[in-house]
Every structure is written in C-alpha cells, then in structure tokens.
Design a protein around this ligand. Structure first.
Ligand code: KG4
Ligand code: ZN
Length: 341
C-alpha cells in the first residue's frame, strides 16, 4: 500500500511517498523562505502561486527518486487544513484530480495530526499512549495521544504561539524571517541570565500558555538599551531561555498530570536545540523519555502527511468522492470527535 502525501498549507511544498511496512520511499521539499523574506513574513497570494509552480515537478521528482510509477500509488493524502486557504487549495485540487485520474482514494489530513504523528517515523518510535508538545508557528498545545485520531487537549496557548513569540521577538531584534532559527543562532553568543524576562502562566494550575507579554517585555528591553551586537545577543538569549523554560516546565507538568512517561515533541519550534537539551535533561532525569522527529520532519514536510494518511487509510477512511474543500481554520479536537463516532 503506497500513499502519496502532499503538504501545501503555508510556505513549504512537501511531497512524499510512504509504503506501509517499508516506510518512507522518497520525499522532497521546496521552501519559499527566500521569496517571503523580502516581505518579512508569508504573503499568502505569493505562497499559493508558488505551490502551483512546484507541486507537479516535485511529485515527478519524488516518483523518480523512488523509482515508482503513478499506477503504483494506492492513495493520496493531502493537507486539508488548517493553513492559508489558497495554499491549501493547491494541494487539495492536485490530490483530487490525480486521485480521479488514477481512480484511487484520497484523504484530507489535519496538518497538526501530521506533526503529532511525525515522531513515529523515527527509530526508535514512541508507543501509545504519550504526551505530545506541539509547538509550531501557529500552535502551542499539549495533547494526550492514545492512538491514531485519539487526541485529548491538555492545554494550549491563550494568545501567541511559541513560534510566533520567537518570530515576533526576532523581528524586534532586527532579524529576518523566519525568526526562530535566526534568534536561536544569535542567542548562542548571548550571555545567559543578564536579562530576566517574564514567564507568564508558569505558576497557573493548568497547562495553558501565554506568550504575548513576553513580546512586550522584549520590546521594552529593545527600547531601553543601546542595541549593539552583544546586547542583541544577550536579549535573544534571555528570550529563548524564557520560552524554553515555560515549554519545558509545562511539558513536565503534563507528564506528571497524566502519569505518562513518554513525551513527543513536534512542530517547527521542536527543532530548537536548547529546547531539546532542556527537555531531554529534565525528563530523563525523572525516568521519562523524549522523542523528536528527525530535524527535517520537524518543520512542514510531505512525509508526515503521507504517513498520517497511510495510518488513517489503514482504518478505511479514504474516499473516491473527488469533490474537495479546505479548512483554513480547523480544530484538532474536531477530528477526534469525528473519529469517536
Ligand atoms: O511547524 P512549522 O514549520 O510551521 C507551522 O506549521 O507553523 O513551524 C514554524 C515555526 C516558526 O515560528 C519558526 O520560527 C519556528 O517554527 N522555528 C524555530 C526553529 N526552527 C523553526 N523556533 C526556534 N528555534 C528553531 N531552531
Ligand atoms: Zn506545521
């Protein structure tokens, strides 16, 4: 059973072929980072147009890489949401027309479900149940995962996502887009502990997060100081410390609350080195274990969509009805409810 995966929810076109029992056969990615960086953020219309240009050549590239032909594909999975409407439509329409032409089922995948399951692509892989810390540009959530489609929200951000906090603080420090990796790099030459930034909701008795106050505190530091290279690095260091500290402590609390020992980290911010070091140290010290997707599958990619599609299709949830829609706003809880019915 071979599944073609198509990801086009934001600024990356990702294509992959996944075979049940064999694993990932091939994958390819085109990132639009260079194109959007001129504008300091993603321009939705440009994103859609670029997906249109890239998606078919990338499918050809992946087929060639896997030495496979189109008639060997058994199903097509595409990101149905959440994300940018126009960008999502590119993947959905290509998946549906190709599915129609090949007379094979298609399935729309929730982007965050892709992120959530991506650590299962690694070896060793976690086993259900586990706690997942989902940290991307748009989401910060702690979920209890009991199986494919069995997700329970434990806590989430009440305002900015962790990735957004990285990106917005980076912008204040004059760094380009995307800000997360740039801020992390600058922080390497910063001196830890020089500036103390707030850790909102750290001591609340729930597993929710808040990051908007951090951005305001960074803005205050930026205004109060002469921004030479060392000061910028020191502020970057304090910002990263604050975000990582909150994420790590809440993740630890989620494990304690659920009584589970495995933590899975997914989404772009999961590529952050300090976060990885801190989580591994804190959680392994307490007898737990932390799992990360391969670095290349932390940020958006087609592999996680092909993989999530393959798992879903193993439970017969594809369709040969080639009408399609996309869901730019789509709560992960909603697919859980759908699954439970
Ligand atoms: O999951 P993702 O690729 O896209 C979304 O679905 O949002 O996450 C992108 C986010 C951006 O905010 C980016 O700045 C952040 O992940 N990010 C990082 C790092 N790499 C990516 N943040 C901190 N450190 C990194 N190394
Ligand atoms: Zn993502």
């Amino acid at each position: 059973m071979i599944t073609l995966g198509i990801e086009s929810s934001c600024d990356e076109t990702g294509i992959a072929l996944y075979q049940m029992g064999r694993g990932l056969l091939a994958h390819a990615l085109h990132t639009q980072v260079a194109m959007h960086s001129e504008y300091g953020g993603v321009v939705p219309e440009l994103a859609s147009r670029d997906h249109v240009r890239r998606v078919v050549p990338l499918i050809r590239q992946v087929m060639k890489q896997a030495n496979a032909t189109l008639d060997q594909i058994d199903a097509i999975a595409y990101t149905q949401g959440p994300g940018l409407g126009g960008a999502l439509l590119v993947g959905a329409s290509v998946a549906s027309s190709l599915g129609f032409a090949l007379d094979i089922p298609t399935i729309g995948i929730h982007h965050l479900e892709g992120h959530l399951l991506s650590p299962l692509l690694s070896d060793p892989a976690p086993e259900f149940p586990f706690v997942a810390l989902l940290v991307s540009g748009g989401h910060t959530q702690l979920m209890r995962v009991d199986g494919v489609g069995r997700y329970q929200l434990l806590g989430e951000t009440v305002d900015d996502a962790a990735g957004e906090a990285f990106d917005k603080s980076a912008k204040l420090l004059g760094l380009g887009y995307p800000g997360g990796p740039a801020l992390a790099k600058l922080a390497e030459s910063g001196r830890p502990g020089l500036y103390k930034l707030p850790r909102p909701m750290l001591h609340s008795d729930n597993l929710d997060f808040s990051f908007s106050g951090l951005k305001t505190a960074v803005l205050t530091l930026v205004r109060q100081n002469v921004l030479d290279e060392q000061t910028r690095a020191d502020i970057a260091c304090a910002t990263q410390e604050a975000i990582v500290d909150v994420l790590a402590r809440k993740a630890r609390a989620a494990l304690a609350q659920t009584g589970l020992a495995q933590l899975v980290v997914a989404g772009g911010v999961g590529a952050n080195r300090l976060l990885r070091e801190r989580l591994t140290r804190d959680i392994e010290k307490r007898g737990g274990r932390v799992f990360y997707p391969e670095l290349e599958f932390c940020t958006d990619n087609g592999a996680m969509i092909a993989f999530a599609g393959a798992l879903r299709l193993a439970e017969h949830q594809g369709t040969k009805d080639y009408r399609f829609d996309v869901k730019p706003r789509w709560n992960l809880q909603d697919i859980t409810r759908h699954y439970a019915r």
